[in-house]
Design a protein around this ligand. Structure first.
Ligand code: SME
Length: 153
C-alpha cells in the first residue's frame, strides 16, 4: 500500500483528468500538484512521443526552464524509457552514463512511461535535488498517475 498522502494526491489527479478541461491544462495542473505536494519532486514534466520523428517533445512542466524540449528516443534517461517502456530510477545522476543534464542542482531522477493500449505515448519525468529520494511508494504512485493520465491520449 502506498502512503495516505499519495492516495489523496491520486484522487486529485483523477478529478483533474475528469474535469473536462483541455489535455494541456490537465497535464499542467498535474505537474503543479505533484511538485507542490511532494517535497522531493523539484521539476515535474511530461514528454510526449512524436512517433513519426522518434522524438520526445516537452509538453507541460513545472520547475526551472529547460532547453531540452526535444529529446531523441534512446537519448538520456527520458529517451531510454521511451525505448524500453519501463520505469527508470536514477538515484545518483553522476553515475548515469546516458544522462542529459538540465541543472547542476539535480541529483536524482525518475521517469515513468504512460502506456495506452500497449503502446508508449508519453512519460512523466521528475528531477530531484535530494540524493536517493525515490522509494517503492514513488514507483507505485507515479505508475498509478500514468495509468490515470493514459486516458487522455
Ligand atoms: N535528465 C533528462 C533530460 C530532461 S531534464 O531532466 C528536464 C534525461 O537524461 O533524459
Amino acid at each position: 500500500m502506498i502512503n495516505s498522502d499519495y492516495h489523496i494526491i491520486l484522487q486529485d489527479v483523477e478529478s483533474l483528468v475528469n474535469s473536462g478541461i483541455s489535455r494541456n491544462d490537465i497535464l499542467a495542473a498535474i505537474c503543479d500538484l505533484l511538485k507542490n505536494k511532494v517535497y522531493h519532486y523539484d521539476w515535474v514534466g511530461f514528454y510526449i512521443l512524436d512517433e513519426l520523428k522518434s522524438n520526445l517533445i516537452l509538453g507541460s512542466y513545472c520547475g526551472k526552464v529547460t532547453e531540452h524540449t526535444i529529446i531523441p528516443v534512446g537519448k538520456g534517461v527520458c529517451g531510454q524509457v521511451a525505448q524500453s517502456n519501463k520505469l527508470k530510477i536514477v538515484q545518483d545522476v553522476s553515475q548515469e552514463g546516458n544522462y542529459i543534464a538540465c541543472s547542476l542542482d539535480v541529483q536524482s531522477e525518475i521517469v515513468v512511461p504512460v502506456i495506452k493500449e500497449d503502446k508508449f505515448v508519453a512519460e512523466i519525468d521528475i528531477d530531484s535535488h535530494s540524493p536517493s529520494p525515490f522509494t517503492n511508494d514513488d514507483e507505485q504512485f507515479l505508475t498509478m498517475v500514468c495509468q490515470i493520465v493514459s486516458g487522455l491520449f
